[in-house]
Design a protein around this ligand. Structure first.
Ligand SMILES: Cc1cc2nc3c(=O)[nH]c(=O)nc-3n(C[C@H](O)[C@H](O)[C@H](O)COP(=O)(O)OP(=O)(O)OC[C@H]3O[C@@H](n4cnc5c(N)ncnc54)[C@H](O)[C@@H]3O)c2cc1C
Length: 459
């Protein structure tokens, strides 16, 4: 039997639920459909549980460094992985329940549990029900990519979702993929006591960042005993009596790494292959991302795609921003566009990397005249006081306009301090405005004006 609504939202990730709130508050009847866990990736298998693990790993790391801070701690540091895991699970579970309870409590909102599939441009099936609406919002997110590596069918492997279920520390975790997700897990599990090897196909870790950022990140994780194998071409997997053998054709080092467990952290793919998009005439790009315009509308009137599934962002904040854009354009009195937003994100190794805008390499590629400044965290008072002096901060400015094009803060509180720069860029102000603000002492942020005072023309 068909049920008619004013709007249908597919998926309860970072964009769908707040959109339901706004649509229902505007008096619309809304159906929201979730096939698995309320809250989606961030809440259940992404940001929340991983950052909870990062916090446990950080605590263990600081405890091991007790002598640096003037305390002794007798006896062995023992990680109780079951409790670490339970802590992460509890944080996720609380949030998941809150999302579900909130949705179920919204007037005019009907929650459907099940897999949604388009059966027409204004119709979606879920279980035995067919729902129709003049507005449909797709917020189906993505999942870990499982590449077709030779031997993959013959070995057990972990993804971000299954590693988070582990109640024991792996003996030797081989992380395939030296990018954001892989590096966070690598450092956490090293700090929990595992031997860890990161295998990366590219010539360096986090290949989208500047070379100095990649090199500093590698130094930081290697200092904790993580083995890094870059330039690993032709990765293949095979069973081994100690776990899994990972074959790599690197220019240097052993051609085979034997691990007890293998984590695949080689990117994400959108959950669009089983959504019946063809029944609605919705186009996807060659990687399966739904094609949208600057307002997140698909080519089919009345259908929008938000969050990771549209390929316009891969973060919780981009998914939430998608909600804000769609809500403002449909229900508000302002026009907002995806192209108005400024790229920003963090890598949550310790110390974290906070990023905004272009890399130095990208800025150079524009051919503009540039100013650049870089300062090691070893010359940041707050970092010295905290005993956390790894990393650096750097900023790239367009010489002609004095506008900041991009910045990276790899260092303690880098994920927070970067917001000062983000806010100035967003406000359309020049770097001199930031230089004239009186910052709080002692903070990492207070060194940003000093950093800007060191700007020099880039050769
Ligand atoms: C390990 C890891 C760590 C991360 N850490 C961070 C971080 O620190 N900061 C950050 O900003 N981002 C982080 N991310 C990325 C972040 O989790 C995602 O960008 C964000 O969750 C995307 O939200 P979304 O709304 O697009 O989709 P999702 O959160 O993926 O939600 C999509 C929902 O749709 C449901 N669904 C899918 N198909 C259907 C269907 N056919 N019918 C019904 N329901 C369906 C899914 O079950 C899911 O609940 C991390 C990701 C991972 C994997």
């Amino acid at each position: 039997m068909s049920q008619r609504f004013d709007a249908i939202v597919i998926g309860t990730g970072q964009a769908g639920p707040p959109l339901v709130g706004r649509l229902a508050a505007a008096g619309m009847s809304v159906a929201i459909i979730e096939r698995k866990l309320f809250g989606g990736t961030c809440v259940n298998t992404g940001c929340m549980p991983t950052k909870t693990l990062v916090a446990s790993a950080y605590a263990a790391h600081v405890a091991r460094r007790g002598s640096d801070y003037g305390f002794a701690f007798d006896g062995e540091l023992r990680i109780d992985m079951a409790r670490v895991q339970a802590r992460a699970t509890a944080v996720s579970a609380r949030s998941r329940k809150n999302v579900e309870a909130w949705l179920r409590g919204i007037e005019h909102c009907t929650v459907f549990a099940g897999h949604a599939r388009f059966v027409g441009p204004d119709a979606v099936s879920v279980g035995d029900a067919t729902l129709t609406a003049p507005r449909i919002f797709i917020n189906v997110g993505g999942r870990a990519s499982v590449p077709d590596l030779p031997g993959i069918a013959d070995v057990p492997f972990l993804t971000n979702s299954t590693l988070l279920e582990r109640k024991q520390v792996p003996k030797h975790l081989v992380v395939v993929g030296g990018s954001y997700v892989g590096l966070e897990f690598a450092q956490c599990f090293r700090r929990f006591g595992a031997e860890v090897t990161v295998v990366e196909m590219g010539e360096r870790l986090i290949g989208r960042e500047d070379e100095d950022v990649s090199a500093a990140v590698q130094t930081i994780i290697e200092a904790e005993g993580i083995a890094v194998r870059t330039g690993a071409q032709c990765i293949s997997l095979g069973p081994h009596n100690e776990g899994v053998a990972v074959s790599v054709a690197c220019t240097e080092g052993d051609p085979e790494i034997v691990g007890s467990d293998v984590l695949l952290a080689v990117g994400r793919r959108p959950n669009t292959d089983d959504l019946g998009l063809d029944k609605a005439g919705i186009a996807v790009d060659p990687r399966g991302y739904i094609t949208v315009d600057d307002f997140l509308a698909t080519k089919v009137p009345g259908i929008w795609a938000l969050g990771d599934c549209n390929g316009r962002g891969a973060f919780t904040h981009t998914a939430y921003n998608d909600f804000e854009i769609v809500a403002a354009n449909l229900l508000g009195d302002e026009q907002r566009r995806v192209s108005d937003r400024i790229l920003c994100y963090a890598l949550y190794i310790d110390p974290p990397l906070g990023r905004v805008g272009m890399t130095e390499t990208q800025a150079r590629a524009t051919g503009r005249k540039l100013l650049c400044a870089k300062r090691p965290m070893a010359r940041v008072g707050r970092a010295i006081e905290k005993g956390e002096t790894q990393g650096f901060m750097k900023v790239t400015v367009e010489a002609e306009t004095n506008k900041i094009l991009g910045a990276a803060i790899l260092g303690t509180s880098g994920d927070e301090a970067i917001h000062g720069i983000l806010d100035i860029v967003a406000a359309g102000q020049t770097y001199t405005t930031l230089q004239h603000i009186m910052p709080i002492h002692p903070t990492v942020s207070e060194l940003i004006p000093t950093l800007l005072g060191d700007l020099k023309p880039l050769a």
